[in-house]
Design a binder for this molecule. Structure first.
Ligand code: F6P
Length: 551
């Protein structure tokens, strides 16, 4: 679905809203409406979103929802859930929602019900996770598994890696997880150094099973197993320590993985949407299959909300249109994700791929240039670390940076309740400071008693004045449980989807990363074999290659 003319017709209306609201301070919007918080808050699927600290009013919101409607968002949403081939450049359905669907209806893609295959893989994942956790699955030397290494990159790494940190308290009885993504050999070497091959299981996760980094790391790991287990070169006992997760089982088989060691997913699962599939196997091993089911259930709750709630009461839609409001009209080029939980430290990285690989595009689905500013740069760090690093720029820099505060209210260590309160207080304080700021007048009152000479006082007031009016969403969650995490990830998936629809993009391909992959293969062959026919490179690339060959 591309941006239609009716969609474009909202531009002038929203431009008028922007002109009206641009000079307005949020403090005044709150002062004028005692119900603002109640009216601009919403609960859904285990989460509470307070979006009152945004530079919007009913008029602007109405036009933003009108924009979403005119973009055909309702129909696009149905098309996704019902398995239409909405990924038009690859001719694929987009059915990650089916991976967490627990109902009994058929879900069709290309004329076939995908649910039996999904249930079969879910069962296999659960069986394997049980076998590892119970010690039933044993390595070549008869020992139980203590450590699991997931080798994968992008969508085959970030989801499980982020969740393994987020759900650590639920994983105390499972194997220890390790994640290898980067092709830099120091990463895998550092991990392997501390592990015993006899008690280590390696999962090679790759949708395509062609990814250079993953195959290189997998090959290195296999060698480590062979030598560590003392196997002869032709002994295939390493297989007892290696599983494959892929949408190309034929490619895994060709590399020696037996069928019963290969877990499958499908072309209609985008890599960055795949953690709900067998790609989640390490999570199921760590928190148990029951915990993994909870994760799926939390996502399914958000799916149900997204599918059934009217646009104006729909959490992903609200977050999506607010993002578009800032990106298009306030020229906000980035969006900060600020989790007030150390356990969510990898969430910004996870959302970077989800959002930027999905909507970092300039061409619409129909092949024409987008008339809109599209996906922002996503970045962030957990509070309070970020406060002492980059918040200065968010508070007083020249760019408007909308923020999402993600705040779990329950704390897992009752003995440290007070310290948790410090964390919570900081989250609330930062959102308040961003919105309210501090006026020169307030500062002059505060500094009135100081004996500073007038010139110094003026200087200080100028530097300390904070204009505020900086927008944020506040997302409260009761706890960091598998269910809540499932809801959060699904919330952002749907937000990104909605934005893609409104911008007219195909959010499910990623052609922009292909050229770099092709060039890396070509350059590698030239580096390995100086006699290889060199491709036509630019002078800078040629010079760099020459230097690297010498080093
Ligand atoms: O799972 P694969 O096929 O190894 O791909 C890994 C990642 O590479 C990409 O294709 C491009 O970076 C991502 O979309 C994907 O998640």
């Amino acid at each position: 679905m591309s941006v239609s003319l009716s969609n474009m017709s909202f531009l002038p209306l929203l431009q008028q809203d922007y002109t009206r609201l641009q000079p307005v301070h949020m403090r005044d919007l709150f002062a004028a409406d005692a119900q603002r918080v109640a009216r601009y808050s919403l609960s859904a699927a285990n989460l509470l979103l307070d979006y009152s600290k945004n530079r919007i009013d009913d008029g602007a919101l109405e036009n933003l929802f009108g924009l979403a409607e005119a973009s055909g968002l309702g129909a696009a949403r149905d098309a996704m859930f019902t398995g239409e081939a909405i990924n038009n450049t690859e001719g694929r359905a987009v059915l990650h929602t089916a991976l967490r669907y627990n109902g009994s209806d058929a879900v069709m893609a290309e004329g076939a019900d995908v649910m039996p295959g999904i249930r079969e893989q879910r069962r296999r994942v659960a069986d394997c996770a049980h076998a590892v956790r119970s010690g039933k699955l044993r390595g070549a030397s008869g020992k139980a598994i203590s450590d699991v290494i997931n080798i994968g990159i992008g969508g085959s790494d970030l989801g499980p890696a982020m969740l393994s940190q987020a759900l650590a308290p639920y994983a105390r009885t499972g194997p220890t997880l390790h994640f290898v993504s980067n092709v830099d050999p120091v990463l895998i070497s550092d991990i392997l150094t501390d592990l015993n091959p006899a008690t280590t299981l390696i999962i090679v996760a790759s949708k395509t099973f062609t990814t250079q980094e993953t195959l290189a790391n997998a090959s290195l790991a296999r060698q480590w197993l062979i030598s560590g287990l003392g196997l002869a070169a032709d002994d295939t006992a390493w297989r007892q320590h290696m599983l494959a997760v892929t949408a190309r089982p034929d490619a895994a088989k060709a590399l020696g993985y037996p069928e019963d060691q290969i877990f499958c997913f499908w072309d209609w699962v985008g890599g960055r949407y795949s953690l709900w599939s067998a790609v989640g196997l390490p999570i199921a091993m760590a928190i148990g299959p029951e915990g993994f089911d909870e994760l799926l259930a939390g996502a399914e709750e958000m799916d149900d909300h997204f599918r059934s709630a009217p646009l104006r009461e729909n959490m992903p839609v609200i977050m999506a249109v607010l993002g578009i409001w800032y990106r298009q009209f306030f020229n906000a080029q980035s969006h900060a994700v600020l989790p007030y939980s150390q356990r969510l430290a990898r969430l910004p990285a996870y959302l970077q791929q989800l959002d930027m690989e999905s909507n970092g595009k300039s061409i619409k689905k129909d092949g024409t240039a987008s008339g809109w500013a599209t996906g922002p740069v996503i970045w962030g760090e957990p509070g309070t670390n970020g406060q002492h690093a980059f918040y200065q720029l968010i508070h007083q820099g020249q760019d408007l940076i909308p923020c999402d505060f993600l705040v779990p209210t329950a704390h897992e260590a009752p003995a440290h309740a007070e310290q948790h309160q410090i964390l919570m207080a900081n989250a609330v304080a930062q959102a308040e400071a961003l919105m309210c700021g501090k006026s020169a007048q307030q500062l002059r009152v505060e500094l009135a008693k100081s004996s500073l000479p007038a010139e110094e006082l003026d200087l200080l007031v100028a530097h300390k004045t904070m204009l505020g009016n900086r927008p944020s969403n506040f997302l409260l969650m009761p706890e960091l449980s598998p269910k809540v995490l499932g809801s959060i990830v699904a919330l952002y998936e749907h937000k990104v989807f909605c934005q893609g629809v409104i911008w007219g993009l195909n959010s499910f391909d990623q052609w922009g990363v292909e050229l770099g992959k092709q060039l890396a293969s070509q350059i590698l062959s030239e580096m390995l074999d100086p006699n290889a026919r060199a491709a036509e490179h630019d002078p800078s690339t040629n010079a760099l290659l020459a230097r690297l060959r010498q080093s």
